[in-house]
Design a protein around this ligand. Structure first.
Ligand code: R5P
Length: 302
């Protein structure tokens, strides 16, 4: 019988790694990590790697993790891995997809190419692709697979808030709102947002009656929480009976949860792409399917 493929993971993603191993039939193998007093890292991988190897590393707080990816991928190849897949449920640096002012680094392109040099395949969930149509344009690997947490969140909302009005806080959320609404026939609409700074946005509500409605805001991510908070305040002022929030990526920087709660948001739900107390659904099954040969072909270069 064939050996199961190996799933490399780091200690801080132990729980997510075991969920994925169970769902996908992978053999877990922890990457040992030591930080020297001067901040440099030493990693140690199992010395028996061969065939297909999958590395799980979600890329919130990404800067140090990018060094881990470099060290891990190069070492895995040297030890005998023949095919390397990166499973990054959250893929960082995708929002900076152009130089908004002269001299700015186009992080999406630079990080995308960095990953493509290390891996044969990349699997991610709801990457923030705005001005590029496919993940492969941003991360030019042979196999670039995009999954979505929106249907999972839609199923949860259908149970917790049946008959909810789904609202996207900005134009970019329209894709996830459309997917979720199609699945359960939710009424839905999308706001218009202008960003003025890291924590400053202005939002206009869509022309749709919200009075008396249970509203769920749905987006790919919340970072400072100000987008969700601003939208929630407007919705409640317009008479919404309640406002809840659902996101694929629980970035929730600093006091984001407080900011959202103070704006009147009740429940906050997220997928486990990033581990957080708000996690309400798991993407393990979804990723496991994508790791199967049929899934890899179906999702190739999405
Ligand atoms: C950007 O368009 C994203 O979809 C989110 O709306 C954005 O990143 C949220 O950021 P914040 O929570 O900091 O307002």
């Amino acid at each position: 019988m064939d050996q199961p493929a190996t799933l490399l993971y780091f200690d801080d993603e132990h729980d997510a790694a075991l969920r994925l191993c169970t769902a996908a039939g992978l053999a877990p193998a922890r990457v040992e990590r030591h930080r020297f007093p001067d901040g440099e890292l030493k990693l140690r991988l199992p010395d028996t790697l061969q065939g297909r190897v999958v590395l799980l590393r979600t890329l919130d707080q990404p800067n140090e993790k990018l060094v881990e990816l470099l060290l891990t991928a190069r070492t895995a190849r040297a030890l005998g891995a023949q095919h390397l897949t990166l499973v990054a449920p959250y893929l960082a640096y995708m929002r900076q997809d152009m130089a908004f002012t002269l001299g700015e680094a186009v992080s999406q392109r630079i990080i995308g190419r960095f990953l493509a040099e290390l891996f044969d395949a990349v699997i991610t969930v709801d990457p923030h692709l705005h001005r590029v149509a496919t993940l492969q344009e941003a991360v030019p690997v042979p196999q670039a697979i995009v999954l979505s947490g929106a249907p999972l969140l839609a199923d949860l909302i259908a149970v917790r808030r049946p008959g909810a009005l789904l609202v996207g806080p900005d134009g970019e959320s329209a894709q996830w709102i459309a997917q979720a609404a199609a699945r359960h026939g939710f009424d839905h609409a999308v706001c218009t947002k202008v960003r003025h700074g890291d924590r400053a946005v202005t939002i206009e509500l869509p022309a749709m009656a919200v009075a008396g409605r249970a509203v769920v805001l749905l987006d790919d991510m919340a970072s400072t929480g100000h987008t969700m908070a601003h939208a929630a305040r407007l919705l409640l002022a317009a008479g919404a009976a309640s406002v809840e929030a659902a996101v694929t990526h629980a970035l929730f920087a600093n006091d984001a949860i407080t900011v959202m709660r103070e704006a009147g948001i009740g429940e906050i739900w997220s997928t486990d792409c990033i581990a957080h107390p708000t996690n309400a659904v798991t993407v393990a099954g979804l990723i496991a399917e994508a790791l199967q040969p049929a899934g890899r072909e179906a999702g190739q270069n999405a």
